[in-house]
Design a protein around this ligand. Structure first.
Ligand SMILES: Nc1nc2c(ncn2[C@@H]2O[C@H](COP(=O)(O)OP(=O)(O)OP(=O)(O)O)[C@@H](O)[C@H]2O)c(=O)[nH]1
Length: 263
């Protein structure tokens, strides 16, 4: 899970989507809007309560002068700090092997390590399987319960993908709502067993969403295994992807295995 608070994340996204000048102008206006109600109350109460002379409007202008002077430099400072934070965050993400949201390997690190495993399996003549796990109808969950709900579902699916794996197996986030599992030393039958077990286990998990709703996730899985006609990572990925698309076409919530190509 990210250490950044949701408030800071939203502020960062919102501000950095604009130019520095526009973002700071927005911050200054927001600050003045926040100061306005207490300043207006003070201005109205100034004469009867404190005996301050002058019309309420003049007192109000006087009260707002200080924030109007202080807010622009503070807004610039906040914008620059958030921009710096964002820059450092991107650098750290680049170094980290993990996906920020789901804590499984990110795409780049998954591929680096998967390449190595494919090389080892080819050299030693051992089996190896690749599973592509794609969440069914995540767009619908996002649309109904919001993107934070989709994020929660992604986290639970990642946990479930990762949990049954052995020490040398790899689990990575392959795309938006897709995970890749690499199982060195596992052939077709073993891979299908792992895939079926995962597919069946997921709907039993109650996922409590940020809005309190409870849902469960279903997945479609494409499986490919190392074979003479499928002897590289790109080929494995392409075969597993074809199988995954077949599983989706045939109705989702199922496992499909790439068939060996006729030679
Ligand atoms: N909340 C959230 N949603 C994501 C993330 N990455 C991808 N998605 C969403 O995943 C959805 C993928 O949509 P589709 O490709 O139509 O797939 P689907 O709705 O899961 O439907 P099928 O795969 O066909 O079963 C889109 O709505 C993306 O916005 C993420 O990190 N967080």
């Amino acid at each position: 899970m990210s250490a950044e608070s949701p408030l800071i994340r939203r502020l960062r996204h919102h501000l950095l989507a604009h130019s520095r000048r526009r973002a700071c102008l927005g911050l200054v206006l927001a600050g003045l809007m926040l100061c306005l109600p207490p300043a207006a109350v003070l201005a109205l109460a100034a004469e009867p309560l404190f005996g301050w002379p002058g019309s309420p409007l003049r007192v109000l202008a006087g009260l707002l002068l200080m924030p109007a002077l202080l807010l622009p430099p503070l807004a610039l400072l906040l914008f620059d700090l958030l921009a710096l934070l964002d820059h450092q965050r991107v650098r750290l993400l680049d170094l980290s092997p993990q996906d920020d949201l789901t804590r499984v390997l990110n795409r780049r690190h998954f591929f680096d390590r998967a390449e190595r495993e494919v090389g080892l399996s080819l050299r030693h003549g051992t089996p190896l399987a690749l599973l592509l796990v794609d969440i069914d109808r995540l767009a619908q969950i996002n649309a109904t319960h919001g993107p934070a709900a989709g994020d929660r579902v992604l986290q639970v699916v990642a946990e479930q993908c990762h949990r049954p794996l052995r020490q040398h197996d790899l689990c990575g986030r392959h795309g938006g709502e897709e995970f890749a599992l690499m199982l060195p030393g596992t052939g077709r039958d073993g891979a299908l067993t792992v895939a079926e077990r995962l597919r069946r286990a997921l709907p039993e998990q109650r996922i409590v969403l940020p809005d309190g709703a409870v849902v469960s996730a279903r997945v479609s899985i494409g499986v490919a295994v190392l074979a003479p006609d499928c002897a590289s990572l790109p080929q494995l990925l392409s075969r597993a992807d074809e199988a995954l698309h077949r599983a989706k076409r045939e109705g989702r919530d199922r496992v499909a295995c790439a068939a060996p190509r006729p030679s």
